[in-house]
Design a protein. Structure first.
Length: 98
């Protein structure tokens, strides 16, 4: 069963966020791949309902456990810390696929 990890957020510190994107993209890509994941989309979204956020990211993993393992991966920890420090109004969730 595949799993889709969706993360939405607003960038609150653009200068610091630049250390995450584009600064950490090679490390992010490597850790996503290490957990058999792939980036499906990343960027602004056209919201139909709810509170709009500046960025939406969608990642596909082979299972919810693989998605969580990526979030907890020590090799992603430094980049993740930058993302958390430089963004706000973060929402993360997993949708189970078929």
């Amino acid at each position: 069963m595949s799993a889709y990890l969706i993360i939405t957020y607003d960038v609150t510190d653009p200068e610091r966020f630049a250390d995450y994107n584009p600064g950490s993209l090679p490390a992010i890509g490597a850790t996503v791949s290490a957990h058999e994941g792939e980036v499906i989309f990343a960027g602004p979204a056209d919201y139909l309902d709810g509170e709009p956020r500046g960025t939406a990211v969608g990642l596909k993993f082979p299972s919810p456990e693989a998605a969580q393992a990526w979030l907890d991966d020590p090799d992603y920890a430094e980049a993740k810390a930058i993302r958390l420090e430089s963004t706000g109004e973060i929402t993360s969730f997993v949708i189970r696929g078929r």
